[in-house]
Design a protein around this ligand. Structure first.
Ligand code: HEC
Ligand code: HEC
Ligand code: HEC
Length: 134
């Protein structure tokens, strides 16, 4: 009786350990375009803690010193992080579905960059289509 139960528990463990994909991290959607290489511009823990510092520096370099680079540009972040949902629309910057806002809303961080900056990808066929219609 106990022996059978023991074997069942053991089998369950083995199944969980070796079933791979269904329980690993890779299965969790990052809302990231796979074509982009699937990597942030810095390691994730550094980005989590310092992204606003990179953005502020980038902003200063561009606006004050006229230096324009892609790596930390806000458009670069948005192009990679903001992907359309199944119906082809982009999440509003006011909703938690927006990668940046989801976190800012939870952390109660006031981020007003998107009053001026685009919160959705720009160089996107669909958006270009919409613009060309106007
Ligand atoms: C009042 C409007 C306004 C607001 C608000 C604003 N920006 Fe900007 N930002 C600009 C303008 C205008 C430029 C210069 C546009 C350009 O040359 O690309 C710029 C340029 C930048 C650049 C350099 C271009 C790039 O993307 O590499 C960064 C980075 C940037 N802003 C980040 C921010 C961040 C982060 C915030 C929020 C903390 C913010 N901005 C808020 C208007 C604004
Ligand atoms: C080429 C794609 C790409 C670009 C460009 C990019 N990121 Fe990322 N970013 C990622 C990936 C992939 C992760 C890891 C996602 C995860 O683990 O949830 C990540 C993680 C992050 C995180 C941490 C998320 C968390 O859950 O802790 C922040 C914050 C972040 N990125 C902000 C930015 C900002 C700001 C920019 C622009 C300066 C940017 N990213 C540019 C792909 C990108
Ligand atoms: C993992 C959570 C998380 C994600 C994802 C995230 N942020 Fe933040 N962000 C924060 C927190 C928390 C703060 C408050 C500053 C601090 O103490 O770190 C902040 C602050 C900022 C600031 C500084 C605001 C100011 O006015 O000084 C900017 C700019 C910013 N985030 C931009 C972005 C952009 C752009 C993205 C998406 C590409 C993004 N963040 C994604 C957590 C996040």
């Amino acid at each position: 009786m106990y022996k059978k139960l023991y074997i069942k528990i053991l089998l369950t463990f083995l199944l969980v350990f070796f079933s791979g994909t269904s329980i690993t991290h890779e299965n969790i959607s990052h809302n990231i375009d796979i074509a982009s290489g699937d990597k942030c511009v810095e390691p994730t823990d550094i980005m989590r803690a310092q992204h606003h510092i990179f953005l502020n520096k980038q902003s200063h370099d561009t606006v004050v010193d006229g230096i324009r680079t892609k790596k930390y540009s806000l458009n670069n972040c948005i192009n990679c992080h903001i992907q359309p949902s199944a119906d082809g629309t982009y999440p509003s910057v006011k909703s938690e579905e927006h990668f940046c806002s989801g976190c800012h809303i939870k952390a109660a961080a006031q981020v007003e960059c998107f009053d001026c900056h685009a919160s959705k990808p720009f160089n996107n066929e669909k958006i270009e289509e919409e613009i060309s219609k106007k």
